[in-house]
Design a protein around this ligand. Structure first.
Ligand SMILES: Cc1ncc(COP(=O)(O)O)c(C=O)c1O
Length: 429
């Protein structure tokens, strides 16, 4: 049954139908994407042509040729409750009978108001205020603007290895790879400083923060566990030290929980679980159960800096709070809570990490079901070979030496065991 099925390949991927579609892609899509595949193929020594997704249910993805894969990426962390969860599909269908599009912040929809109320309750502060948006990048943009308004300081402290999306605001703070910023450098916030990220030594990490700090810093933007940067957690005590510095120096702490939040790491908010109370929290990815929606949650005092509107909303978007996405988000939050998926992520993730380490002998980092297996060389070839056996995984880290494993939080454990065996065999080979 599709949903929790082992890989089933009917043709070596990518099959003929996928290849034909990718030819169309190569003619029509922005050439940067096509060129990237060619470069990855060169770097890995293995073909990197993509499969074309045609269907997905639960932990399974089916490609255009009918091959069935197990998705250990959750589609970039989105399918936390699995792909196309029935509750999400029902919510979208029911909402589509009533209201597909609203009038945003001018004449808001009832379902948008319900989601705002739910997220305000989920936030770790009394009286939290929420801004809905579409992408993770949007949510970070909202947080950066909120901090600039509240502190009247333009500076941002961000971290090497950090990834926050690619709109101009978050891009300026993209420490993942300088190459992302370089072509647009002249257009980006010049008041961004980067501190080194030390996942092992909180003292060294805090000294790096002190060295990078300047008086104009109004926002410190941090992923409590760097995902794309290579599954690199904050060292214990680091986030608390960071929050203390923010308080002392009049800056606000923004936790980018777009990947880590809503259960993935075993808690609703990983920064809070790790003993820190940020001033602003960004969520996205898992929030919409597959629909595009994100949110910036903020302390009431911080969000008060936006002031009362003088008639024009100075931060909005046509599709912010889109009714179908709001309905999907409410269903997705219900499923996460009712199925206890944060606790399950912690439990299953703990066992998965231990098995991965035992089977491969490689270091395993991360927490809950946000895990990385570290290698000494880039894993692009490994990712391609695993795809050839029906396992969808991603490389992480600017050096691509981490195999990132981000399965749905409700994935059947035998699938993880079968994957561990497949990975161990690849490592031995
Ligand atoms: C931690 C984090 N922040 C922000 C983003 C950007 O989200 P989006 O791609 O939806 O703009 C991502 C995406 O991978 C992310 O992992």
């Amino acid at each position: 049954m599709l949903g929790q099925s082992l890989p089933r390949l009917v043709t070596p991927p990518p099959g003929a139908r996928s290849r034909a579609l990718v030819d169309v892609l190569a003619r029509t899509e922005c050439p940067a994407f096509t060129a990237r595949r060619a470069r990855r193929a060169e770097a890995s020594g293995a073909p990197q042509d993509p499969i074309v997704w045609a269907e997905a249910r639960g932990s399974n993805v089916v490609d255009a040729d009918g091959n069935v894969y197990v998705d250990l990426t959750s589609g970039f962390g989105v399918a936390a409750i699995g792909h196309a969860h029935p509750r999400v599909r029902e919510a979208i269908a029911a909402q589509s009978e009533r209201l597909v599009h609203g009038l945003g912040d001018l004449h808001p929809s009832d379902v948008k108001i319900a989601l705002l109320e739910r997220l305000a309750q989920l936030a770790p502060w009394e009286g939290a205020r929420v801004v809905l948006s579409i992408s993770g990048s949007d949510a970070v943009e909202t947080a950066l603007k909120s901090a600039a308004l509240a502190t009247k300081k333009p500076g941002v402290l961000a971290f090497e290895g950090g990834y926050h999306g690619l709109g101009h605001g978050p891009l300026a703070a993209c420490g993942y790879a300088p190459a992302f910023r370089a072509p647009f450098a002249a257009q980006l916030n010049p008041h961004v400083r980067f501190a080194a990220w030390d996942e092992h030594d909180a003292g060294a990490a805090l000294r790096a923060v002190d060295a990078a700090w300047s008086d104009d810093v109004g926002a410190v933007l941090v992923e409590p566990l760097q995902g794309r940067g290579g599954c690199r957690p904050a060292s214990p005590g680091f986030l608390a030290g960071l929050a203390e510095r923010c308080r002392e120096r009049g800056a606000l702490l923004i936790a980018d929980e777009i990947l880590t939040g809503l259960g993935r790491t075993g808690a609703t908010f990983w920064s809070v679980e790790a003993g820190t109370l940020p001033d602003l929290i960004c969520v996205g990815k898992a929030l919409g159960g597959g629909m595009p929606i994100s949110a910036c949650l903020g302390r009431a005092e911080v969000m008060a800096a936006w002031g009362a509107s003088d008639g024009e909303a100075i931060h909005t978007g046509t599709f912010f709070g889109q009714p179908l996405s709001c309905a999907a988000a409410l269903a997705s939050l219900d499923v996460l809570r009712e199925e206890g998926l944060a606790a399950r992520a912690a439990e299953v993730g703990g066992r998965f990490a231990a098995r991965l380490h035992a089977a491969t002998g490689r270091p395993v980092t991360g927490t809950g079901l946000l895990l990385g297996v570290r290698f000494d060389a880039p894993v692009l070839g490994l990712v391609a070979r695993l795809l050839g056996q029906g396992w969808l995984t991603l490389p992480a880290g600017a050096d691509a030496r981490t195999l990132q494993l981000v399965p749905p939080l409700n994935i059947d454990e035998p699938l993880l065991e079968a994957f561990t065996a497949a990975l161990a065999a690849e490592v031995r080979a």
